[in-house]
Write a protein that binds this ligand. Structure first.
Ligand code: NAD
Ligand code: MG
Length: 416
């Protein structure tokens, strides 16, 4: 039977009383990390920041540690020369530092021993899988922005959550956070369709010939959202929306045939649910402050941000239209991976992480991204199962395959 219990098992009515929580931010230097810090600064004393991770930016970490003296633990998850880390850590005597491959897990352990209860996972890519699983084992409430974890290892995360007494996930992705709120109090059999919206990105009205000419800065110029580089590339080809469909399947246990996407260029409506009596939707101006604050404060009510809210009479006209899969081949391939299930989403996601990285490094064209994805998918064997190792192996093989196959694509300088 249709149900969204895996994630929303701990749903209770929002309460008005304020209870302080202690927070860990994984990926504090990124776009979601920065918006999270903004939320904390707007309501000082309500959420205590005790631990942060960054991958590589020591200058940004120094700024964060200076602005938030409550931080007791910090992790640097990427490789850095050991001397620079020792020098850096001397400047912040009250902070315990972790680095190396297990840094995020050690950070989560240490923060939990100091009664941290909430973690926001704002890292990018399947690198988020291990810390998410550790956070579940430790019984954290996880505000999950990192969609690649659900796409790659959804069945494993679902199983880990089901066997945890305390852990829960509240989605941060704006569409999924909206859906989470829309599904509260709605009995599963009454849901006809859950619809995620997509802005359509910067190339909604471009022809295939025009798309061949787009440059890095055109792709990174998203019309409605300001985000990190990888998700911005994903959004330009609607691949982000395909990933979000898979994310929704796992977060809410909604089958693919009850999920749909509508293009909605102004990004004010984030999700809709269709029931027998019509459509309900969740709308506000495109700002990640709303879903992040909702997830951090849930089950309490989030603060109000009058400077960010706009009233409906000031909204642009709300237009919706179907996606043309021919116009967005990466989206069509992702939907095929969703239909195939098993390791297909993990293969798609890993190949896409490589493809987006190659594009951002100027090594392949934007239109080569779906070409490379198709090459990797057609050369890969899809397997079914629920063991973490199966998904991690599929991820690793797809990355190798994507690197190898990318050599067959035309070099960027030969066509520009
Ligand atoms: P970003 O690139 O701005 O930030 C990524 C963060 O992850 C940085 O702090 C970086 O230091 C860290 N990081 C990078 N590689 C890492 C690795 N291998 N291991 C551990 N940490 C690593 O990305 P973002 O836009 O903030 O997005 C973060 C996640 O949230 C993505 O999964 C994205 O799809 C999702 N998301 C983002 C938005 C948004 O508005 N930015 C909206 C919805 C969902
Ligand atoms: Mg989204």
């Amino acid at each position: 039977m249709l149900s969204w219990s895996p994630v929303s098992a701990q749903i209770v009515a929002p309460s008005r009383s304020r209870k302080t929580s202690k927070l860990v931010i994984l990926g504090a230097s990124g776009s979601i990390g920065t918006s999270t810090l903004d939320i904390l600064s707007r309501s000082p004393g309500e959420i205590e920041l005790v631990a942060v991770s960054v991958h590589s930016s020591l200058p940004r970490l120094a700024e964060i540690l200076t602005c938030f003296p409550s931080i007791k633990f910090a992790a640097i998850t990427g490789t850095q020369p050991p001397e620079s880390l020792t020098e850096f850590s001397k400047k912040f005597a009250g902070v315990k530092f972790f680095w190396g491959v297990h840094a995020a897990a050690e950070l989560l352990n240490a923060a939990r021993s100091e009664k941290a209860d909430t973690v926001i996972s704002a890292v990018v890519g399947a690198a988020g899988i291990a810390p998410t699983l550790r956070a579940i084992e430790l019984g954290y409430k996880i505000a999950l922005a990192n969609k690649e974890t659900m796409v790659t290892a959804g069945p494993v995360i679902e199983r880990a959550l089901a066997s945890s007494k305390d852990a829960s996930i509240v989605p941060v992705d704006s569409e999924h956070n909206a859906l989470f709120q829309l599904l509260l109090g709605l009995d599963a059999p009454h849901l006809k369709l859950a619809i995620l919206t997509a802005s359509g990105g910067p190339f909604l009205n471009r022809t295939p010939a025009e798309l061949k000419q787009v440059r890095r800065q055109d792709v990174l110029n998203h019309p409605t959202w300001s985000m990190g580089p990888k998700i911005t590339v994903d959004s330009a080809g609607l691949i982000n929306k395909g990933l979000e469909i898979i994310e929704a399947m796992h977060l809410f246990a909604i089958p693919l045939n009850r999920l749909d996407v509508l293009i909605h260029p102004v990004s004010h409506v984030h999700a809709l649910v269709e029931t027998a009596d019509g459509f309900r939707f969740m709308a506000n101006r495109p700002s990640m402050l709303f879903p992040i604050a909702h997830a951090l404060y849930f089950p309490q009510s989030p603060p109000v941000y009058p400077d960010v809210v706009t009233r409906p009479e000031a909204w642009p006209a709300l237009e919706f239209r179907k996606v043309d899969p021919v116009q967005f081949p990466g989206f069509a391939l992702c939907m095929e991976a969703a239909r195939n299930g098993g390791t297909a989403p993990a293969i798609f996601n890993a190949a896409n992480e490589i493809a987006a990285g190659l594009f951002l490094d100027g090594l392949i064209q934007f239109t080569d991204i779906p070409v490379l994805l198709e090459m990797v998918l057609s050369a890969s064997k899809i397997e079914q199962g629920s063991e973490l190792g199966l998904y991690l192996e599929a991820d690793a093989r797809a990355r190798e395959s994507a690197y190898a196959q990318s050599k067959r694509l035309t070099k960027v300088e030969e066509v520009v």
